[in-house]
Design a protein around this ligand. Structure first.
Ligand code: FMN
Length: 216
């Protein structure tokens, strides 16, 4: 396999921008979406706990309602794939046990060999001080997945727009999540830019690299 050159990679990161207007007639191929779905699936998380669920909303009526709960941003309806990021509201012992069982199954090890690991998670996140900030913890994990999705899309020349300009409670209501274990944090629209979107030509606004990366 030929590795991409650094120049091409940086070029793609410059090519990416927060797309304001998608071409509603252009859709991702199933192959493109499969790669992007794997970028979510393979995303790392603290302890590997994956405290998230990603909802791909393809229903046009739901999309219309979500747009109204997103400051009327057109990307919600016009993009090819619309992914809502949700995170666990709480971290329960049952969830941790479910994860331990998954490790045991995938790696073919006895559950008992994972007891120390299980206790570390229980002591730190479920019963310890960090249990009070579990939603913030879960959100931080999910933003790693969002970064992975945006970067993978850029590399595939798929356009994206991350959206925090949404009403999370409204999203939860529209998607029927209010009584579920998950709550909305943000969304990402994916598809292909409209030729009319002037933002694609705007220079990137970033602080000088030496102001944001320091060496010691
Ligand atoms: C978490 C997050 C939420 C954002 N929410 C919105 C949004 O609701 N609507 C929008 O048009 N852009 C949104 N943006 C895009 C940013 O404004 C944009 O990434 C930033 O201005 C840098 O520009 P660039 O992405 O085009 O390089 C969001 C970006 C991030 C990372």
């Amino acid at each position: 396999m030929t590795l991409p050159s650094e120049i091409n990679f940086t070029h793609q990161l410059n090519w990416r921008y927060a797309c304001k207007a998608f071409d509603p007639n252009q859709k991702l191929t199933p192959e493109q979406w499969a790669i992007l779905a794997e970028s979510l699936h393979l995303s790392p998380s603290s302890y590997g706990l994956q405290p998230w669920k990603f909802w791909v909303v393809q229903n046009t009526e739901l999309r219309r309602e979500l747009r109204m709960a997103s400051w009327n941003q057109g990307q919600v309806e016009d993009c090819s794939h619309f992914v809502v990021f949700t995170t666990l509201k709480t971290l329960s012992e049952d969830y941790v046990n479910h994860y331990m069982q998954r490790i045991a199954d995938v790696r073919n090890v006895e559950l008992s060999t994972l007891e120390g690991y299980r206790q570390a998670i229980m002591g730190g996140l479920v019963n310890g001080d960090r249990s009070h900030t579990i939603q913030h913890w879960a959100q931080r994990q999910s933003y790693i997945a969002m970064g992975s999705l945006l970067t993978t899309a850029a590399y595939l020349q798929v356009d994206t727009c991350p959206l925090e300009g949404i009403s999370a409670p409204e999203y939860d209501r529209i998607l029927g999540l209010e009584t579920s274990d998950y709550t909305t944090i943000a969304a990402v629209a994916l598809g292909f830019r409209s030729a009319n979107d002037k933002y694609q030509h705007a220079p990137k606004v970033r602080f000088d690299i030496n102001d944001i990366i320091e060496y010691r």
